[in-house]
Design a protein around this ligand. Sequence first.
Ligand code: NAP
Length: 308
Amino acid sequence: MNPIRIGIVGLGKIARDQHVPAIAATSGIELTAIASRNATLDGVRHFATLDELLAQAPEIDAVALCTPPQVRRAQAAAALAAGRHVLLEKPPGATVAELAPLIAAAEETGKTLFASWHSRFAPAVEPARAFLANRELRSVQIIWKEDVRVWHPGQRWIFEPGGLGVFDPGINALSILTRILPRPFFLTEAELAFPENRAAPIAAKLDFADTDGAPIHADFDFLQTGDQTWEIRVETGDGWLTLSSGGARLSFAGVAIVDEKPAEYPGLYAHFVDLIRRGASDVDLTPLVHVADAFMLGRRIVVAPFEE
Ligand code: NAP
């Protein structure tokens, strides 16, 4: 079977750090083009824009959209209309409603639309889901704290409308939690802290309840210096299950169950290849809905200006 020929659109941090090496490490798919306004990659055909790629490279089967969320809907619509499979980086959109026409376009054209959640491919996630499937769930604490200056240098889009601010990493925690908990949950209260010079929050406190009433508290912070924390602690009837390092580690009552190097994107691309081969799509908007709910229900406070 011929490998799927894929083009990366937007050669920024995540494209270079994760997509390029993960494609190289995945059988059944090969990097054939880059669409970038500013950058090139040695040995890979370059286009300045996605439109040029779509017009001039009919052999490209799929595109991975690694651009900021504010510009991805138009790119995904153009790629699907041109008969290409589409991988969306997270979050899948700048609004929730923009996904419905994309899902419909994928169905009409018979192409794959994959709204990817990279954190769901972290090694501890499926073991945590299996562990929790038949346990009494008492409470959940999420602590997702990182330094925006370290992880998102120069990314002005992240504090623009649609950039999500601290929810850009925080939605990763929600993508894990919506995968591992046995029951749905919903927001009950939230407080979002907006720097006075920015359009997106720099910190957030969220309270949810699951459908049996178990409380879930999340603490997101974009100004964490020193140790960085990406942790979900689940209180079960038998003790605490802790998923840490963004999903690379899992322990129960202090005893390690999973302790691996973080590796998410090879599994993500293996899933994309499988979806394309099966003629299927995978679009779960639940984490984005929780974030939209936080912007809808959350109390807003104004905090000190943020400068890089
Ligand atoms: P980034 O470093 O700013 O890269 C985004 C790239 O998109 C830019 O380098 C640029 O590429 C292109 N771009 C920017 N503005 C554009 C515009 N207005 N129109 C068209 N293209 C534009 O951001 P990133 O960190 O890679 O994040 C991209 C997406 O990946 C985000 O949704 C983010 O949530 C997600 N993500 C990021 C990380 C991470 O750790 N950074 C992890 C997982 C997922 P060209 O100059 O090549 O055109």
